[in-house]
Design a protein around this ligand. Structure first.
Ligand SMILES: [Zn+2]
Length: 485
């Protein structure tokens, strides 16, 4: 055997054994003490926020429905039984969805939190609202993304205009703190006040408790309630009773962020990671999704108990998915494959008959539906998904862009054009990639060409909007979720 080959085989075998052993040993760690439920500080923050709410200038129609929008951050469509996953990760959501409309072909507009939520609130694609990544040329050493400009018009502002109470409770402090402008129009916004850096975000139990307690304090006005849950995002915290696999888990990234970073960089550099670690990573994700289901189920029961019923609207979706080694990638904001842009989207309420829909829909459609149901004015320049779905990614995190040996993979603007089943991505460097639901596909001109030319037409009369500069006060939140080293 050639010595180079011998070295490669030896290196691979050693890495695999070390990774397997590492995963095994991590799984043997004693369990973490349980995380606290809702804290005194949480309740004080809620009370302060409730008492600081401005009075409403407009009285709502008596029959205005309540509207609840729930984002399950980082939840992949194919990881829940409602969309065919074989593991019982979300039984409570499945049961609830029997009375709801499930969109089989839902896609996010992008693969990370900030632009996705900005589209959910403005009805626009990232190219138009501007809250997306900065180009390397525009990067000046501060944040690597633009905030949503203050003159943007949001769903919450529209709701308030017609007499709604507008409340947001957001666990993703990294990109939903006030710094990023997504709280525009909310009378109550609980995010950065919810301090929990033990795992980097407040748990689902706390979000559910706070949401239900807030509703206990409601007056007669209709409520627009937005919730963001972070438990499907790293770092994972595997709880007793939620393991979805007997394989060794790699459950507690907060104990070993160095190992986590090492694997992340290995995959982003080489396109390869040790299979046992990636599997363990993915198993830990499933376990956290199972815990999330319990808490979302508790929320949905609590809404029902508080009179939010079939005459009101509940929308459940995700802002993006996650890679576990597919396409040589991990985490998100690294590409526009199905793993990161196909999201669950489930809507219950009048006009959304129980069942399944194969309509092409995206994140930015949701606020357009809801303004109409609330009797509010349409959002300016809101755009319906047409005959194709569009996804966009503007570079990636500075953390990776600055490492030239990784950054070259992401040094571009990427746009995906999809007919539901098949996608063509065009990069600003002129690269074309095509894939279907099963992964990469050969560039078959019979379907690549129509999607490509449709995409070029979509781009033709648009200019890229750049949002506003965000203040530099949120570095710790980004670091705790692994966005900065
Ligand atoms: Zn997210």
């Amino acid at each position: 055997m050639d010595s180079r080959w011998r070295f490669a085989v030896l290196a691979t075998a050693t890495t695999a054994v070390a990774a397997g052993l590492g995963a095994y040993l991590l799984a043997k760690l004693p369990p973490d003490p349980p995380l606290p439920g809702v804290t005194e500080a949480d309740l004080r923050a809620l009370e302060d926020a409730l008492s600081a709410m401005p009075s409403l200038a407009v009285e709502a129609d008596a029959d205005s429905p309540d509207v609840v929008v729930i984002v399950l951050d980082t939840l992949r469509q194919d990881r829940i039984p409602l969309y065919g996953y074989e593991r019982p990760t979300m039984p409570m959501l499945t049961e609830w969805a029997e009375d709801a409309l499930v969109y089989d072909e839902a896609r996010s507009v992008t693969s990370w939190t900030l632009p996705s939520h900005a589209s959910l609130f403005t009805g626009q694609y990232p190219i138009d609202h501007g809250a997306h990544g900065k180009s390397p040329e525009a990067y000046d050493g501060g944040h690597d993304a633009y905030r949503l400009p203050d003159d943007a018009t949001t769903l919450a502002e529209r709701a308030r205009d017609v007499g709604y109470r507008t409340w947001g409770i957001a666990a993703n402090r990294a990109y939903l703190s006030r710094n990023w402008g997504l709280n525009q129009g909310f009378d109550l916004w609980l995010c950065e006040q919810l301090d929990n850096y033990q795992i980097g975000y407040p748990t689902a139990e706390r979000v559910t408790d706070l949401a239900l307690r807030a509703l206990d304090e409601r007056g007669d006005e209709p409520v627009f309630l937005f919730l963001n849950y972070m438990d499907a995002h790293t770092p994972y915290f595997v709880r007793d009773g939620h393991r979805m696999s007997d394989a060794p888990l790699y459950p507690r990234f907060q104990h070993d962020t160095r190992a986590y970073r090492l694997v992340r960089r290995l995959v982003l550099l080489t396109g390869w990671g040790p299979a046992p670690v990636l599997r363990a990573w993915s198993d830990a994700y499933d376990a956290d999704v199972s815990y999330l289901d319990l808490q979302v189920g508790r929320l949905l029961d609590g809404l029902e108990a508080r009179g939010i019923d079939e005459n009101d609207y509940v929308v459940i979706l995700s802002d993006h998915g996650e890679y576990f080694g597919e396409h040589g990638l991990v985490t998100h904001s690294k590409g526009l494959h199905d793993e990161v842009v196909r999201v669950p989207l489930i809507v219950r309420g009048p006009g959304f008959p129980a069942g399944r829909s194969d309509a092409l829909v995206q994140t930015q459609d949701v606020p357009r539906w809801l303004t109409e149901k609330m009797g509010a004015a349409p959002l300016p320049d809101a755009e319906a998904t047409g005959e194709r779905q569009v996804t966009e990614l503007y570079w990636t995190r500075r953390r990776e862009m600055e490492l030239s040996w990784i950054g070259h993979r992401f040094n571009h603007v990427l746009r995906g054009f999809s007919d539901g089943q098949r996608t063509v991505t065009l990069s600003s460097r002129g690269e074309v990639e095509a894939f279907d639901g099963h992964g990469s596909a050969p560039l078959d001109e019979t379907w690549v060409e129509p999607l490509r030319s449709w995409g070029e037409r979509w781009m033709a009369d648009r200019e890229v909007t750049e949002g506003a500069q965000a203040a530099e006060d949120d570095v710790e939140a980004l670091r705790s979720l692994g966005y900065m080293d």
